[in-house]
Design a protein around this ligand. Structure first.
Ligand code: PMT
Length: 221
């Protein structure tokens, strides 16, 4: 049985991958299953926290004792995270959020036209939710944790991302078509804004989640 070291705390976790619609049947998405975020939600609840899980397109069963808010797009995820973060002690952004969305949404299914090249898809920027909540903390001492999904120069990119996003902790994990996304396991290095680096060996996503909560609990005091 886990120590209830997060009792009395409210934590917000985002999980899954946003989908940015092009028309009623198509979207731009990513390979996130939500498993890492759900592992974070389950372990936080086991440690006594009140947990709000903002879940983007996961299709996973709701973890027991966790308040689940389903969302679709990055804009919806931002709204749900900001609302839940208002009284949160910690926010952990494990969701894979689309950096861009289609500039236009076609109300009807986009059709191919005989003999014509397809229309290019024009993208516009989505809000950077992690940077926003890091820069504008809803309450003093709120702890903000990001994830960095990298395919190359993993640590160097992670360090640059930590500085850019302004969060307290950044969990840097390597991803690929068959790596980390959807699997039961993960491995990572957790970078701290205070210069700490905590390597997490390959293991179940729950084990990484527990190490994240150890680091959060120590910083919340
Ligand atoms: O869901 P699984 O299949 O278990 O896979 C887990 C995972 C690989 C999705 C997870 O471990 C992970 O790495 N999540 C973050 C994915 C991601 O979007 O990484 P990023 O490097 O693009 O973004 C960095 C951080 O900024 C993330 O915390 C992200 O939530 C946040 N972000 C990104 C873009 C954006 N517009 N707003 C954001 O808040």
């Amino acid at each position: 049985v886990a120590e209830p070291d997060l009792a009395g705390r409210h934590v917000v976790v985002s999980a899954g991958g946003t989908r940015e619609p092009l028309d009623p049947v198509r979207f731009l998405g990513n390979r996130s299953s939500g498993k890492q975020g759900y592992a974070l939600a389950r372990t936080a609840a086991a440690r006594g926290a009140r947990v709000t899980l903002v879940a983007a397109n996961t299709g996973l069963p709701d973890p027991a004792g966790v308040d689940v808010v389903p969302v679709g797009t990055a804009v919806q995820l931002r709204e749900a995270v900001l609302k839940a973060a208002a009284d949160a002690d910690a926010v952990v952004m494990a969701a894979a959020v689309a950096d861009f969305r289609p500039a236009a949404y076609a109300a009807g299914k986009i059709k191919k036209k005989d003999g014509q090249d397809p229309e290019p898809v024009v993208l516009v920027r989505n809000p950077d939710i992690l940077a926003e909540i890091s820069a504008d903390r809803a309450r003093a001492g709120q702890l903000v944790v990001g994830f960095a999904a990298e395919t190359d120069d993993v640590l160097a990119n992670g360090r640059a991302k930590l500085a850019r996003k302004g969060c307290d902790l950044l969990v840097v994990n390597e991803v690929g078509e068959r790596k980390t996304f959807g699997s039961e396991e993960n491995e990572a290095v957790v970078l701290g804004a205070d210069g700490t680096e905590t390597p997490v060996p390959h293991g179940p996503k729950e084990a990484l989640a527990d190490i994240v909560w150890d680091l959060v609990a120590a910083r919340l005091g």
